[in-house]
Design a protein around this ligand. Sequence first.
Ligand SMILES: Cc1cc2nc3c(=O)[nH]c(=O)nc-3n(C[C@H](O)[C@H](O)[C@H](O)COP(=O)(O)OP(=O)(O)OC[C@H]3O[C@@H](n4cnc5c(N)ncnc54)[C@H](O)[C@@H]3O)c2cc1C
Length: 385
Amino acid sequence: MRKDIYDLIIVGAGSSGLMIADRLNDTNLKILLLEATKRIGTKLLMTGNGRCNVMSSDSPEELEKAIHNGRFLRSAYYKYDLKKFFKKHNLPLKQENRRLYPASEKAKDVVDCFKIHNISLKKNHKVEDLIFENEKLCGVVTNNGNFYGKNIVVCSGGKTYPKSGSDGSMHKILKNYGVKFTKIFPSEVALVFPDFVELSGLSIENVKMFNKKRSFSGSILFTHKGISGPVAISMGEFVAREEGVTFIDFLPDENEDLLFEKIWNDNNFLEQKFPKRFYQHIMKYFPKNNPSKKEIRKFIVNKIKRYELTNVRTLGLEYAFTTAGGVSLKEISPKNCQHKKIDNLYLTGELLDLHGEIGGYNLTVAWLTGMIVADAIKEKFGINE
Ligand SMILES: Cc1cc2nc3c(=O)[nH]c(=O)nc-3n(C[C@H](O)[C@H](O)[C@H](O)COP(=O)(O)OP(=O)(O)OC[C@H]3O[C@@H](n4cnc5c(N)ncnc54)[C@H](O)[C@@H]3O)c2cc1C
């Protein structure tokens, strides 16, 4: 007879794992939190450039649209009040546009706000396999021994920034036991594109990047490998998904015909519109020696309004902010985030086929899925609030 059987084993002390541990901290349940690395919340500490964009101010309807497969969490948007949660945890928030950050602007304060003192935490414990007995999931194998639990929740995150600990190791293990995944792509990732590398470090404030299905407006930043900045990063996933040709409109507020008139009538027009280095770069393509109207129109279309990013690609998964794709939601019950075929197995956060754009949506996914699982465990053990 085994002595040490935990009520719940949480695999991964990242955003969603910490949320579950916190929500169950004041129950009498015997809970083990296993973390592969030497610290907790490593990726959380990196979020929002160390400021942590904890959530957005979106309404439930807006959240559903902004999160890929957002319908899965429909009832959670209404059920859980994240602002209230952070208030209760003494983490005042401040809002910038639609994004909420800790008022201190320190991601560390987000990590520290979780109360997990009643939970057994074991750092440097990497899960290397699952244990099944009589076809029932009952434990995990780690690099530091085996642990047994009545329930197991895998909160191991996505596959990006593997040095944070979210290295995709659990993806492999889960696949070995038949858990189905959708195809994985880097999301929120910079573009690799050679044309502008000499402009590295320069940003342009108001551009529109588009393909036949979608567009993003805002700033871009040229890098030594290609293009970064909010607009390029938002488009990254769709470049990776090979959605079709990507274009940039460098003057989205100018109508093509009027732009032609302005350039035709004013030699200095473009110089005034763009930063000097970009103007010098783009003028290399301006037709020389008394250009015809047709040649100027061609320049406007090809180099200003519809600059085609031929052969553009993205940086790899390891440089993406988030992972698009993950455990197929067809296998998971939205009521409790439990796997439909493997009893007592729960899955959360970026491991699932749920992700959003920049703006706090990915942490929202982690917090809400964590809350769903914590409530499901309470219900299972008959714990009333
Ligand atoms: C640079 C950067 C900035 C970001 N900024 C924001 C932002 O401002 N706002 C936002 O909403 N989102 C942001 N994100 C995304 C967000 O951080 C993640 O989506 C979120 O942390 C995912 O939570 P999670 O609980 O699923 O996984 P994670 O927080 O990644 O945690 C997973 C944990 O599991 C552990 N683990 C993995 N495998 C094992 C194993 N085999 N055994 C034991 N432990 C294991 C890992 O070490 C890790 O601690 C950012 C991401 C990056 C990389």
